[in-house]
Design a protein around this ligand. Structure first.
Ligand SMILES: Cc1ncc(COP(=O)(O)O)c(C=O)c1O
Length: 426
């Protein structure tokens, strides 16, 4: 049994002493995870929000295989290669004329880390001292030190607090505090040391699927632009249609200076991060002075296997079936939303694109550490559906290829939860 050897592994975001044994998964297809014990578990969260086209997609697998036989990797400094060029051209086409350069890294955290460093060095290279960041409290941009500093401060970051740099934090949006947030920003921008405003556009995933308005984002970004502050859109979760538009900022009037992407970029197959920037940012680094270069890169930067997966994923996004699957999933969510609304035990039922979320009412406050979380997780998993609540926030972000019958399996389990809570059997 695989589980017997699992003590060798230290799993992520897991209190190993308290957590139940990890479930060995031996294969996966479409929305299904096949466990070693024979169970078929429906992946209702796209395996940490990465998988958009379904697991073990043949088209993606063939592209990676073909690339592996052609060239698995090559150093990306001093060399370039066809799949990185193709991917850059296609991503620049998706983001539009405002952008002209693509920087490669390995994951969502590094794509954001790169953006922060670019923003700070942009001003440094111009001889201006601007190295502070504005961000939302409760936001999440990853786990490296820069993005930990930028993100929400709390128990995840407590041990590192003395090592994190100062950030001007805006209150997290809650639907009632927009005017207050704008006031906070207006007072922050009086300081002349701010390099950038970093944000998750319209949906703050890890914060508990917090959704906020286009108008708020537009106003905040307009204030930043007026004060020469760069804007960084973290599309790691929201991108690739997760929040409805190809990139979430594209549904707004905002034109960020830097865009970070990962997760759905490779269709959930290979690890890759991209940071896209404007010509203006690039120009601040382009110089006869070697010290002005961007001194950042990883061994696997521009990995051809990851690039080939991303290009193949873009091929799939260009197919009408994928568009109609996305529309269909959004439709499933919209009609399920009204079914959930009849339950008193569920509140704040909300949807943005292919994301559906709600809170389960409890005596405690809505939070990542709400004690109901494990009970909910176990309830779903014991019914062979993987939903991974953020505290008492339940959310559904399955792969886009989910069929009506498969979606109905998730629905049935969530409705069963509603009934169980209503009948005080939970
Ligand atoms: C908005 C956002 N940014 C960054 C990250 C970090 O990405 P990664 O886990 O690939 O480092 C995440 C991960 O969930 C995320 O949701």
């Amino acid at each position: 049994m695989l589980q017997e050897k699992d003590h060798l592994i230290w799993h992520p975001f897991t209190q190993e002493k308290l957590a139940p044994a990890n479930v060995p998964i031996v294969s996966a297809k479409g929305v299904w995870l096949k466990a070693e014990d024979g169970r078929n578990i429906l992946d209702g969260i796209s395996s940490w929000w990465t998988n958009v086209h379904g697991h073990s997609n043949k088209y993606l697998a063939d592209a990676i295989y073909k690339q592996a036989l052609t060239m698995e990797h090559v150093i990306f400094a001093g060399f370039t290669h066809p799949k990185a060029l193709e991917l850059s051209e296609r991503i620049l086409d998706k983001v539009g004329d405002n952008y002209s350069k693509v920087f490669f890294s390995d994951n969502g955290s590094t794509s954001n880390e790169v953006a922060l460093k670019m923003a700070m060095q942009y001003f440094h290279n111009k001889g201006e001292i601007k190295n502070k960041i504005i961000a939302f409290q409760d936001s999440y941009h990853g786990d490296t030190f820069g993005v930990m500093s930028t993100g929400g401060r709390g128990s995840f970051t407590a041990a590192f607090e003395p090592n994190l740099f100062d950030v001007y934090h805006l209150d997290a949006p809650n639907g009632k505090n927009e005017a207050h947030i704008i006031k906070q920003l207006t007072s922050y921008v009086k300081n002349d040391d701010i390099a950038a405003f970093a944000f998750e556009p319209l949906v703050m995933g890890t914060a508990g699927m917090v959704m906020y308005s286009n108008e708020l984002l537009e106003k905040l970004c307009a204030i930043c632009k007026a004060h020469g502050i760069l804007t960084i859109a973290d599309e790691v979760f929201t991108g690739f249609y997760r929040a409805g538009d190809f990139f979430s900022y594209q549904g707004t009037k905002v034109l960020p200076d830097l865009i970070c992407m990962s997760k759905g970029l490779t269709g959930g197959t290979m690890t890759l991060g991209l940071t896209v920037c404007t010509q203006d940012i690039y120009d601040a680094f382009y110089s006869d002075d070697k010290l002005k270069m961007f001194s950042h890169g990883h061994s696997y930067t521009g990995n051809p296997l990851a690039c080939s997966a991303a290009c193949a994923s873009l091929d799939l996004f260009d197919k009408p079936e994928t568009r109609s699957n996305i529309e269909q999933l959004m439709g499933f969510h919209t009609s399920f939303k009204s079914e959930l609304e009849v339950f008193d035990c569920f509140e704040n039922i909300r949807q943005k694109g292919t994301i559906l979320a709600f809170e389960v009412k409890t005596e405690e406050e809505d939070s990542y550490f709400n004690p109901i979380r494990n009970k909910l997780y176990d309830f779903f998993l014991s019914r062979e559906v993987l939903l991974r609540p953020l505290g008492n926030t339940v959310y559904l972000v399955p792969p886009y290829c989910i069929t009506k019958d498969e979606y109905n399996i998730i629905k049935k389990v969530v409705l069963e939860l509603g009934e169980a809570i209503k009948n005080q059997e939970f």
